[in-house]
Design a protein around this ligand. Sequence first.
Ligand code: DGY
Length: 323
Amino acid sequence: MPKLKILVTRRWPEAVEAALHKKYDVTLNTSDGALSQDDFRIALSAYDAILPTVTDKIGSKVFDVKKPRTRILGNYGVGYSHIDMTSAKAVGIVVSNTPDVLSNCTADIAITLMLMTARRAGEGEREVRRGNWTGWRPTHLVGTQMTGKTLGIIGFGRIGREVAKRAHYGFNMKIVVQNRSKIKSEVLIKTNARQLNSINDLLDVSDFISIHCPGGDENRHLFSSKQFERMKNSAILINTARGEVVDDDALVAALHEKKIRAVGLDVFNGEPNIHAGLMDYENAVLLPHLGSATQETREAMGFRVLDNLDDFFGGKEPRDRVV
Ligand code: DGY
């Protein structure tokens, strides 16, 4: 039997590409540039599976194909707000993602951003590299400490819980959480966390706020002017989830009006473009979507996609099916 045809939309870690080649007839995107909507529409008629990533915007038009050959989109990543799920479902295409394997790594980057913003690490590094450091002094680049402060976590899923562990056990932080559904007390107790009824309740008490909810329309601009108004002026916002959760115009205005102390972002609206206003603020720490960027995690993500493919084509329910 001929091998099934698979399109991999970006370069993957070598070990996973090699494993894919063994089982499937794989087409790699050797230029490693993002594919267009048209590329995807054409691919839908040519491949049995497509393995996209967050940089692939797969909107409703892509699915406007008479009889798609593609039966599964094996997304390389946990978030899938870049794929129009309603349309995928309507044409009977299964979608899977890669949960679990990147929770530790993404929690680490959230903590990195908390430390960088609180301790003004980006500012300090830029000062040294520009040759502007004039030496130690008691009032130089004074930040704020994380230890003992209150961390508000929006979305208490796998990644949010890993952030809570690090903050509670590493920094003795008090944890409050906001989540759509009720979190079981045996989960909360692990980090002595308290679930609050509303985002407003969380904004009232938090010194740090870390976003871990899904992106997409349901959470678009969850953080806008009203929320920045409500946050403590000394509070720090961290976003490692999806850019659309934060309203950039409102964020830049909040930085300008000193409504918040700082912001740490690993994700952006319209990546890789960044709201120009953010560049003006030393207290904005900006990372290029590094949440899952370790060798171990990127390999684990790839092998997880492979598991899902093998299940699906082997006639089983893919373990991480989302649609
Ligand atoms: C994820 O897995 O969702 C990361 O943000 C990369 O897409």
